[in-house]
Design a protein around this ligand. Structure first.
Ligand SMILES: Cc1cc2nc3c(=O)[nH]c(=O)nc-3n(C[C@H](O)[C@H](O)[C@H](O)COP(=O)(O)OP(=O)(O)OC[C@H]3O[C@@H](n4cnc5c(N)ncnc54)[C@H](O)[C@@H]3O)c2cc1C
Length: 178
């Protein structure tokens, strides 16, 4: 879900000249310029190529060697995060648990879509939502819940967290991943 434009500092306002009219869905970054990793590819193409006058036939697809849009970035990031939980030890040392909490907090700060990062950090600060990392099972479920919070925000169906390990570690019981 894309927010409205962010407020700019006086200096930034004098230094940047945003396009006259931005298509719906294009999100500005803190520098006042359109933020690619905060914007979906359809809105990005509407801005860079102009809205097509003919009826759209298929949704636009970003070539695989272009900087990611908000969705490609999200899919890749979730793949990394869930894969980390899948390889996490069943009995992690106190040091690793502490490092993992730190990693999630820094990840939340550095995530390259600013409004996603802001919401994710706020979600982690709510009661009961701080990273739970005392075992693989606990961390895997926590990550599933974190992902579901974003799914719900975006109006998507939540994922069944009983299945997180089949999706990200063992492969499905029907054998289609083997
Ligand atoms: C921290 C973070 C915050 C984000 N915030 C925003 C935001 O504010 N606005 C925005 O537009 N996008 C946001 N995104 C991106 C968004 O979550 C999706 O990645 C993106 O919309 C692409 O969605 P998708 O439907 O392809 O599948 P994704 O949501 O990327 O999921 C990839 C795959 O993971 C599996 N999966 C789905 N849910 C779960 C779950 N709960 N647990 C385990 N596996 C699951 C499914 O097999 C799915 O196909 C965020 C991403 C991250 C990493």
């Amino acid at each position: 879900m894309a927010p409205g434009p962010v407020e700019q500092t006086e200096k930034e306002q004098t230094e940047t000249v945003p396009p006259k009219k931005l298509p719906k869905g294009v999100v500005l970054g803190p520098d006042g310029k359109p933020c690619r990793t905060c914007t979906d590819v359809a809105s990005w193409f509407a801005m860079t190529k102009g809205a097509s006058k003919s009826k759209p036939t298929a949704p636009p697809v970003l070539p695989s060697d272009c900087p990611p849009d908000v969705e490609t970035l999200g899919r890749s990031s979730w793949t990394l995060l869930h894969s980390i939980t899948a390889q996490y030890p069943e009995n992690p040392s106190p040091t690793l648990q502490s490092e993992t909490r730190t990693f999630m907090n820094i990840f939340g700060k550095l995530y390259p879509c600013w409004f996603c990062a802001k919401d994710f950090q706020e979600w982690m600060k709510k009661d009961g939502n701080a990273p739970r990392v005392s075992s693989r099972e606990e961390f895997g479920r926590w990550m599933c819940e974190a992902h579901n919070a974003v799914n719900v925000k975006l109006g998507k169906k939540p994922f069944d967290c009983d299945k997180w390990e089949e999706r990200w570690r063992t492969g499905w019981k029907d054998g289609r991943c083997d």
